[in-house]
Design a protein around this ligand. Structure first.
Ligand code: COA
Length: 260
């Protein structure tokens, strides 16, 4: 089923994978305020849609995933509206990071500034070989404001994050893979299909276990990460899916998870 927004294409496929395409190719898919609102609305809807099992995020066209926040809009900001804009972006990307079903970014070209931050908020990143990553905000007299200063060090380490953000430079897909910024580089001409294949492997497992794995991993490094892990583990022990998974193993058959 396809839904239309001004700046996004959203299509849920028969396998339960929703493909969200950022669709402003004439502006390198730059994130303006309306687009961010649509992204928020779409992810809220996909979260509660029981037909949707996972999400792929990508960019329209073959040049850009997303080339950043819309610089025309950024130019209007003052201290208060700048802080509010940063907070809004952070909250929307937090929604994606905390999404309870797997989210894969297919980074098909420039992922700069807010585009790199969007990709980092997704759970997994698959890059095409023409993908380019960078946080060029300092070249505009800014810093990353949609979570980039927090997520980049988690992915690539503090030293590399400082190098990337302070230099404002760009790196290609191979380097991004080497630093751990992406999970893999697409091997075929059909990166969306590679994302679908990766998701198919995940979706063999019970949805509650996937959701709690995301929740526990998102708590890594926080004060209560081990508590969250233990709570999630305990809750899972109380599910039918846990009983099914363990019984299926002992009975030497494939599990049939019902998401209960
Ligand atoms: N915000 C607003 N518009 C943007 C944009 C952004 N982040 N990135 C690209 N665009 C627009 C350009 O202004 C241009 O619009 P125009 O045709 O109306 O002039 C159009 O998209 C095409 O971009 P262009 O720069 O002509 O393409 P290119 O192939 O020469 O360069 C980039 C591509 C991505 C390297 C270059 O557009 C760029 O550096 N963009 C800004 C990246 C950035 O600093 N992002 C961080 C923002 S916080």
């Amino acid at each position: 089923m396809a839904e239309n927004y001004e700046h996004l294409l959203v299509e849920t496929e028969s396998d339960g994978i929703a493909v969200v395409t950022v669709n402003r190719p004439d502006k390198m898919n730059a994130l303006n305020s309306d687009l961010l609102d649509e992204l928020d609305q779409v992810f809220a809807g996909l979260e509660s849609d029981t037909e949707v099992k996972a999400v792929i995020v990508t960019g329209a066209g073959d040049k850009a995933f997303v080339a950043g926040a819309d610089i025309k809009e950024l130019g209007q900001l003052d201290q208060k509206s700048g802080r509010d804009t940063s907070r809004k972006g952070q909250q929307i990307f937090d929604r994606i990071e905390s999404f309870q079903k797997p989210v894969v970014a297919v980074v098909n070209g420039y992922a700069l500034g807010g585009g790199a931050e969007l990709a980092m908020a997704c759970h997994i990143r698959i890059a095409t070989d023409n993908a380019v990553f960078g946080l060029p905000e300092v070249s505009l007299g800014l810093i990353p404001g949609y979570g980039g200063t927090q997520r980049l060090p988690q992915l690539v380490g503090r030293g590399k994050a400082l190098e990337m953000i302070l230099s404002g430079g760009m790196i290609k897909a191979g380097e991004a893979l080497q630093y751990g910024l992406v999970n893999k580089i697409a091997e075929s001409g059909d990166p969306l299909n590679e994302a679908r294949q990766m998701l198919a492997q995940m979706l063999k497992h019970g949805p509650i276990a996937l959701s709690m794995a995301i929740q526990a991993i998102n708590s890594a490094g926080s004060d209560n990460g081990y508590d969250v892990e233990a709570d999630c583990f305990g809750q899972l022990c109380n599910t039918d899916d846990f009983k099914e998974g363990t019984s299926a193993f002992l009975e030497k058959r494939k599990p049939d998870f019902q998401g209960r």
